[in-house]
Design a protein around this ligand. Structure first.
Ligand code: GLC
Length: 659
């Protein structure tokens, strides 16, 4: 040991006792170099693991047994780590910015809707490569409960693949083939809840105290009623309240905490055994070759009376501990937080303003997504620019997932304060957005639907695919060539912003072809009540055939995206590390964003209006560009007229100078 890190003397003494205990077992199971590596990593991350665990569980009588058991698990998992993945661990430690580079482009899909099965996804790797994808998020692949399962987010076995998609060997084979093509694999880890059919829940149901302790259950309404006073409802329409009554539970019946659907039982992380169970599942998935674990609904994993039971300080401690465990055993694996929460709570998931470099590497930039849709509807970039001004710098080890659509609804995360800062009324703006995207606002181009409308507060969220919300479905129905052209431009404009903002841009399956809302879910009783299925259409491989034809609508979207992706990969200043600086232009319809790092500067200009717009050329100077100015998207030198830059309808430019 080289004492490479400062540790408090108390931590060091625990660390030393621990390593003395582990050393013989390690030496018996691993080659000497691997023993060194384990101990080195353990030393690096020891306090990230130990200190949160003490805070979370230190008071418990069995803390030391739990702690020892955790290290035995880590040792077992380390010894079992497959050889090619050990190499990947090293590779990524040499290249810690592997997920922050401009060559990374993401794609997200449901396995069945994209290619039928995991084997089908393997056969479609060439499609992903053609698009330039280097990161693939497969929506829930683990074995769900039978029947309704919230799109796979009700898992009954974390160690088995959904049999309709294949088996664990297929997942492994897919992961290794993806790696061979330079694509990393992200899968969902539903860690807030299990399906009520999971073995743990079944054993709780049968009254086994050990498993009752895995969940939050209550004999009567006393505590649930107190909690409900401050708890919001996630799905008020089809799963009102946060607790469900099971008359058969533990004989006399009990209430179970079910934040989402009744069949999704919230896990109790106050129980350290639950923490250790989840650690084992993480190891298991890591060893199949998974690169990114999407921590589903992570804000909800700690409950505290009198609060909304989201983003509690203990959530961040749990992530810190999970991450430290993974850094030691499988450092190739990173975490993605699915935390659709206000910025003040979101940033700590990336370690910003709290534990730098100790939280998730990735988090969804929900606000950017929402603001893009808001801007498209209002044609005014003021709110977007104002809010992005407050986004903090990315830190060394983390970055955003930037996206336009995903499988969930769009919730209008525009605060009253932000709206007021640009002279808008937050409530009215959110109402406007709902009317706009359901197509009821006069002149709206969008075709979407309300999700979870609350008649009391008038709050609602929106469902719909990118193409339908951006106007393509309506334009095509009207056979209006001009409107079709504008809709295609809108789709590309939004992608242009997520490709430059900084982070991993994630293309939602089918958006590259402009797929529309799909109403087939209505005839499936298991899906019919949840209109999020309208924006989860199956892949249209017939449409995909015209992707190379630049005269087709599909071809225009697809080729446009290819141009954006190629430009992104050629622009080193789009590496996530660097400045992300929104700029005010003298035109309320044109958004400007300056990206810079020691490798250069890029100025994004994005016209959110359907007519041509001008901005003053002195913006280039403020954006730090000089010399001949090239537009990377048009492969030409920018021409100015009377000191103005001309942007066509919904045009975006990626400008770089040659000096
Ligand atoms: C996440 C998923 C969503 C699911 C919920 C409950 O928010 O994205 O689809 O309904 O978690 O698991």
């Amino acid at each position: 040991m080289h004492n490479i890190l400062q540790m408090s003397s108390a931590s060091r003494s625990v660390f030393e006792t621990l390593t003395a205990r582990l050393a013989p077992a390690l030496a018996a199971r691993c080659a000497p170099r691997d023993v060194d590596l384990f101990l080195l990593r353990l030393e690096c991350y020891f306090e990230d693991l130990y200190l949160p665990l003490v805070q979370l569980y230190g008071e418990y009588a069995d803390f030391h047994q739990q702690f020892d058991a955790l290290f035995d698990q880590m040792l077992d998992a380390y010894a079992a780590r497959p050889e090619p993945l050990r190499l990947l661990d090293l590779e990524r430690q040499f290249m810690p910015d592997w997920f922050q580079r401009p060559n990374i482009v993401g794609y997200v899909c449901y396995t069945d809707l994209f290619a039928g099965t995991l084997a089908g996804v393997r056969e479609s790797i060439s499609y992903l490569c053609e698009l330039g994808v280097t990161y693939l998020h497969l929506m829930p692949v683990l074995k769900p409960r039978p029947g309704a399962n919230d799109g796979g987010y009700a898992v009954m076995d974390y160690r088995a693949v959904n049999p309709a998609l294949g088996n664990m060997a297929d997942l492994q084979a897919l992961a290794s083939e993806l790696h061979a093509f330079g694509i990393s694999l992200c899968v969902d880890l539903v860690l807030n809840h299990t399906a009520k059919e999971h073995e743990w829940a079944q054993r709780a149901m049968a009254g086994e105290q050990e498993y009752l302790d895995y969940y939050y259950t209550f004999p009567d309404r006393t505590l649930p009623d107190i909690y409900e006073r401050t708890l919001p409802e996630t799905f008020p329409d089809f799963a009102p309240g946060n607790f469900s009554w099971y008359p058969e539970l533990a004989d006399s019946g009990r209430w179970v905490w079910t934040t989402f659907y009744e069949f999704q039982w919230d896990l109790n992380y106050k129980n350290p055994t639950v923490f250790r169970e989840m650690v084992d599942i993480m190891f298991f998935l890591a060893h199949q070759g998974v690169d990114v674990l999407r921590l589903d609904a992570v804000p909800f994993i700690w409950k505290r009376m009198g609060t909304n039971c989201q983003n509690q300080p203990e959530v961040y401690l749990l992530i810190e501990a999970f991450r430290a465990v993974m850094r030691v055993v499988a450092p190739a694996v990173i975490f993605k937080a699915e935390a659709i929460v206000p910025p003040d709570f979101l940033l700590p998931y990336l370690g910003i303003k709290t534990t730098v470099g100790k939280q998730c590497e990735l988090a969804y930039n929900n606000q950017l997504m929402v603001l893009l849709w808001s801007t498209l509807a209002s044609r005014k970039v003021t709110l977007l620019t104002e809010v992005l001004h407050h986004m903090p710098l990315m830190l060394l080890g983390s970055t955003w997932i930037t996206y336009i659509r995903n499988h969930d609804d769009i919730g209008w995360a525009v605060t009253d304060e932000d709206a007021a800062a640009v002279g808008e009324n937050g409530f009215l703006h959110r109402q406007f957005l709902n009317e706009f995207y359901t197509g009821t606002f006069p002149g709206s181009f969008a075709k979407g639907a309300l999700f979870q409308y609350n008649p009391v507060t008038h709050d609602a969220r929106i469902s719909g695919t990118t193409a339908s919300l951006a106007g393509l479905e309506q334009a095509l129905a009207k056979q209006d060539e001009h409107a079709i052209d504008l809709a295609v431009r809108r789709i590309l404009l939004l992608h242009s912003v997520i490709m430059t903002y900084g982070g991993i841009p994630l293309i939602y399956m089918g958006d590259e072809l402009g797929l529309f809302n799909d109403s087939s879910y209505l005839s499936d009783p298991v899906k019919a009540e949840d209109n999020r299925w309208m924006h989860r259409p199956p892949m249209d491989w017939t449409k995909a055939k015209s992707r190379h034809d630049p005269t087709s609508i599909v071809g225009q979207i697809y080729q446009g995206l290819l141009r954006l992706i190629a430009a992104r990969k050629s622009a080193p200043m789009l590496h996530c590390l660097g400045l992300i600086q929104p700029m005010w232009t003298d035109n309320d319809h044109v958004f400007a964003l300056s990206r810079s790092n020691p490798m250069g500067r890029l100025l994004l200009l994005a016209n959110f209006h359907e007519s041509e717009q001008l901005v003053r050329a002195n913006l280039l100077k403020y954006g730090g560009l000089s010399g001949n100015i090239h537009n990377l998207l048009a492969e030409e030198i920018l021409r100015l007229t009377d000191e103005y830059i001309h942007l066509g309808p919904y045009e975006s430019m990626w400008l770089v100078g040659d000096e």
